[in-house]
Design a protein around this ligand. Structure first.
Ligand SMILES: Nc1nc2c(ncn2[C@@H]2O[C@H](COP(=O)(O)OP(=O)(O)OP(=O)(O)O)[C@@H](O)[C@H]2O)c(=O)[nH]1
Ligand SMILES: [Mg+2]
Length: 261
């Protein structure tokens, strides 16, 4: 089936998710497990330049705000806190669809530095969808208090993405986080995230499916991830993609989201 897309990039972001992307603003997503300090990071970065509402077609709260850095405006979207991106709840669905379809210029995964291992599960899932990831190891003050030492450099080289430690409540590390966001969003730094390798059978199926997926989606969304979801029998995602690529982007808010629901 030959599918075409009528609009690409940032205009699609605005159309699909009602994100304010007027001008040449960069769109930055904030993801993370619940209670890791996402909103604290969001508030510290955006100050009073923010507004809240619901996600289109959902009763899930959304906060959107912006900050200026190096003469550019960065539009920050606070995604719902989730433990995974399996679209098992409205929150997970919103987070996953935004990362998959809205193509943010960078995504910050906010993790709790006192229980990193659990938080890295979501980080790896995000990294499967988008390569433009920055890991923010937050609550570093708490980790320090508990005498935990986190080797940020090693974490960064192991994961293949920039890692910044922060104590968002006191503002520690936030200037560095802004720099890292800017580096990734503007393409000065290209993360090379490690990808989870699945059993050989699954990898073989991905290898067979991926080229076809790429052909259909024109490379606009991550073909490896879509192939994985197809193998998993994710019918909702198939419907969403069909909707998206039939050139009805402006309707995906109602139609696509309802189809996805
Ligand atoms: N000590 C310390 N506390 C923090 C830090 N960042 C956030 N907090 C506190 O952690 C709690 C949760 O912060 P939130 O910003 O609401 O976390 P969240 O990830 O937005 O939570 P949900 O939206 O419910 O998923 C609040 O009491 C914050 O004040 C930090 O770096 N250090
Ligand atoms: Mg929050």
């Amino acid at each position: 089936m030959g599918l075409t897309r009528q609009s690409t990039g940032r205009s699609a972001v605005r159309e699909i998710f009602n994100v304010d992307d007027a001008g040449n603003e960069l769109v930055i997503a904030l993801a993370g497990n619940p209670n890791t300090g996402k909103s604290t990071v969001f508030n510290a970065l955006t100050g009073l330049r923010q507004h809240t509402g619901n996600w289109p077609g959902k009763t899930v709260l959304r906060a959107e705000g912006s900050f200026m850095h190096g003469g550019r405006r960065y539009n920050l979207i606070d995604l719902p806190g989730t433990y995974s991106l399996h679209a098992a709840s409205s929150e997970e669905e919103v987070a996953r669809d935004f990362l998959c379809f809205a193509n943010p210029d960078a995504t910050v995964v906010v993790a709790d530095g006192t229980c990193l291992e659990r938080n890295l599960n979501l980080a790896l899932q995000v990294m499967e969808i988008t390569g433009k990831v920055i890991l923010c190891v937050n609550l570093i003050d708490e980790a320090r208090r508990k005498k935990m030492h986190i080797n940020i450099r090693k974490l960064s080289s192991t994961l293949g993405v920039p890692v910044i430690s922060t104590a968002a409540r006191s503002g520690e590390g936030l200037p560095e986080l802004m720099d890292a966001i800017s580096d990734v969003a503007l393409g000065r730094v290209t993360p090379k995230p490690v990808l989870v390798r699945y059993p050989e059978q699954v990898e073989a199926a991905i290898a067979r499916l991926e080229p076809r997926v790429r052909e259909i989606t024109g490379g606009h969304i991550n073909s490896r991830w879509v192939a994985l979801r197809l193998i998993d029998g994710d019918a909702k995602l198939v419907q969403a993609i069909r909707q998206y690529y039939n050139g009805r982007e402006s309707k995906i808010t109602q139609a696509g989201m309802e189809v996805l629901a």
